[in-house]
Design a protein around this ligand. Structure first.
Ligand code: CP
Length: 315
């Protein structure tokens, strides 16, 4: 890393807040870290002496572990805060918990929470850099960044690509962040799914909505499948999971409607046989595990770029 360039804000709360130039900066920086991760010795001293706290109020495999690995590769200390074993279980408020974590010397607070807007609230109260690791149905910015990075690696560009995002758009913070990110980089977005899961707010310039999977997949360069969020289905958005798979599941036959060189993505965790056929998930066209690998480099880039800004008190 020859030159140090930084992001404008102290936090990463969502893709809405990033300019296309800032997004490109993160992706370019991640490219450098991807090279570091290919070396025999994958660790650099860049953020030695810093501390990152993972504060997850919802389950996670990929995001939590890849933030931990990203931080450790940069020589940053990591604390994985266990909500069930903490004073949160005794009724301590979120703000008091976060202020306590900061008092212990955290430089980065990575937060996942079931309520939209919680990272924004913490951002106003903490000196530490707050990174949104998924807030309710709102945003999951580092997922969108690693998706854009993966697309760029596979296709050489994002601009001009036809990207189909399929499934439970309504409940998906991944979809919201990806729509902002990929549109800002010049992609053509197609949203596909049942009308009950694609609300009107998504109809906007650069975004087309398809209720037919076959029509929506036509000529797609990228097919991004979304998890059906069973934990957020508070009413019947579709009759049965069998019916859902029949109409909107990605099968080998359906994938043939996309371009022959189309790549298949999924943020994980997958519901095999509900939104995606196992044969497709494990096919050569699938980049699902590459997405996971790229997440480390992208999160290293985010930590590195956020670390450069003077940490002023906000309270
Ligand atoms: N994509 C994603 O956020 O996965 P996890 O829930 O495992 O972190």
């Amino acid at each position: 890393m020859a030159e140090t360039v930084h992001l404008k804000g102290k936090d990463l709360l969502g893709m809405r807040a990033l300019s296309p130039a800032e997004t490109e900066l993160i992706l370019d920086t991640a490219g450098g870290f991807r090279d570091v991760l290919k070396r025999d010795i994958k660790k650099v001293p860049t953020l030695r002496g810093k501390t990152l706290v993972n504060l997850f109020f919802e389950p996670s495999t990929r995001t939590r572990t890849s933030f931990e690995l990203a931080a450790k590769r940069l020589s940053t200390d990591v604390i994985n805060f266990s909500v069930s074993m903490s004073s949160v279980a005794k009724g301590e408020s979120l703000i008091d918990t976060a202020a306590t974590i900061q008092a212990l010397g955290a430089d980065f607070v990575v937060i996942r929470h079931p309520a939209s807007g919680v990272p924004h609230l913490l951002s106003r109260r903490l000196r530490a850099s707050v990174i949104n690791a998924g807030d309710g149905t709102n945003e999951h910015p580092t997922q969108a960044l690693l998706d854009a990075f993966t697309i760029r690696e596979r296709k050489g560009r994002v601009e001009g690509l036809r990207i189909a995002i399929v499934g439970d758009i309504l409940h998906s913070r991944v979809a919201r962040s990806n729509i902002h990110c990929l549109r800002s980089l010049g992609a053509e977005i197609r949203l596909i799914g049942p009308p009950t899961l694609i609300p009107g707010e998504f109809v906007q310039p650069g975004v087309q909505v398809f209720y037919s999977m076959d029509e929506g997949l036509e000529g797609a360069d990228v097919v991004m499948m979304l998890r059906i969020q069973m934990e957020r289905q508070d009413r019947g958005f579709f009759p049965t999971t069998d019916e859902y798979f029949r109409l909107w599941g990605l099968t080998r036959e359906r994938l043939r409607l996309a371009r022959p060189d189309a790549v298949v993505m999924h943020p994980g965790p997958m519901n095999r046989g509900i939104e995606i056929d196992s044969g497709v998930a494990d096919s050569p066209q699938s980049v699902i595990l590459e997405q996971v690998t790229n997440g480390i480099a992208v999160r290293m880039a985010v930590l590195y770029l956020l670390s450069g800004r003077p940490q002023e008190a906000r309270v």
